[in-house]
Design a protein around this ligand. Structure first.
Ligand code: 3HC
Length: 293
């Protein structure tokens, strides 16, 4: 099926970026959030990113306006009715996702493809609550979606070859590298990246280095663009906590368990950069180490 109109559920950290990339790639986009406030916040992020690109001379103002113009905003599922592809990027909570899919499945045309941007939940569990498990797959983007090249294209046991190929083609049309992965918790990247970030937290707990020493060491010693604790703050500690829970349940291995420091930080509501505090405090001009850790 020819994909022309794309629905994006959720305008948060991932959703706004997915919507922007799809619009930049020429698709009509319908961006849905639960309320106007969240919708506007997502659009502000897109505005900011586009303004920066215009300022740098990478995008013409007219093209930036066109990108925004192609994104229809809504709080109603019914506005997704004629989308050819619907990608969800809501909170990493299975119960919420299932409730959402049940509603969306009832209003979107039957031939449309559904995709989840889940970081770790089984794609099949979401596919199974819809009337189209053969037209359901995972499209896992990375943060920031505007910049990161990869989209993991996840084939659930029910995903048809046609749907899978449509996912691969869609990733390519968005200028991304689509890499196929099996429907196993964490897929490829989070399976490797999450234990790495958790080990950095354990190294901090054991006093191997301070927050910034651990980060700077991995940047200078392994050539990573961000240290693991900065990256954890960037991904969102709440998201990381949710991923850990799923992966620990799936594999029952210590490497996926939440270290006590992470559990306490989640208890305190320190979710990383988005909440203003995580391993670093973001309230000032430049981030400084969180002195309470
Ligand atoms: N949103 C959109 N674009 C952004 C951005 C953001 N938050 N931050 C930076 N950019 C863009 C800039 O506009 C710039 O674009 P340009 O080259 O066209 O001018 C480009 O990225 C480089 O930005 P900067 O020069 O300001 O900064 P850096 O060179 O330090 O790069 C970074 C920033 C790309 C975020 C880099 O630090 C990086 O690659 N970090 C690692 C990110 C990573 O590992 N992501 C994966 C996380 S895991 C995940 O998402 C999976 C999930 O399931 C948990």
């Amino acid at each position: 099926m020819q994909i022309q109109k794309v629905g994006v559920l959720g305008a948060g950290l991932m959703g706004h970026g997915i919507a922007q990339v799809a619009s930049q790639s020429g698709y009509e986009v319908v961006l849905r959030e639960v309320d106007d406030g969240r919708l506007e916040k997502g659009m502000e992020r897109i505005d900011k990113q586009l303004a920066r690109a215009v300022e740098k001379g990478k995008v013409e103002q007219a093209d930036a306006d066109a990108v925004k113009g192609r994104i229809q905003r809504t709080t109603e599922y019914s506005d997704l009715a004629d989308c050819d592809l619907v990608i969800e990027a809501i909170t990493e909570d299975l119960a919420l996702k299932l409730a959402m899919w049940r509603e969306v499945d009832g209003v979107v045309k039957p031939e449309a493809i559904f995709a989840t941007n889940t970081s770790s939940l089984a794609v099949i569990d979401q596919a199974a609550v819809t009337s189209r498990p053969d037209r359901f797959l995972g499209l896992h983007y990375f943060n920031p979606a505007q910049v990161m090249k990869l989209v993991e294209v996840v084939r659930a046991v029910t995903t048809s070859e046609e749907t899978f190929q449509a996912g691969v083609e869609f990733a390519k049309a968005n200028g991304k590298l689509g890499i196929p992965t099996k429907d196993k918790a964490g897929f490829i990247v989070n399976r490797l990246l999450v234990p790495y970030m958790l080990d950095a937290i354990r190294a901090l707990e054991e006093g191997v280095g301070s927050i910034s020493e651990i980060d700077e060491a991995m940047k200078a010693g392994a050539g990573h663009p961000m240290g693991p604790l900065t990256l954890a703050d960037f991904v969102g500690l709440d998201t990381m906590g949710a991923i850990c829970e799923v992966m620990y349940e799936e594999f029952a291995e210590r490497r996926f368990a939440q270290p006590p420091t992470l559990r306490k930080m989640l208890g305190a509501g320190w979710y990383g950069k988005k909440s203003g505090k995580g391993f670093y405090d973001y309230s000032g001009e430049a981030p400084v180490e969180n002195s309470a850790l």
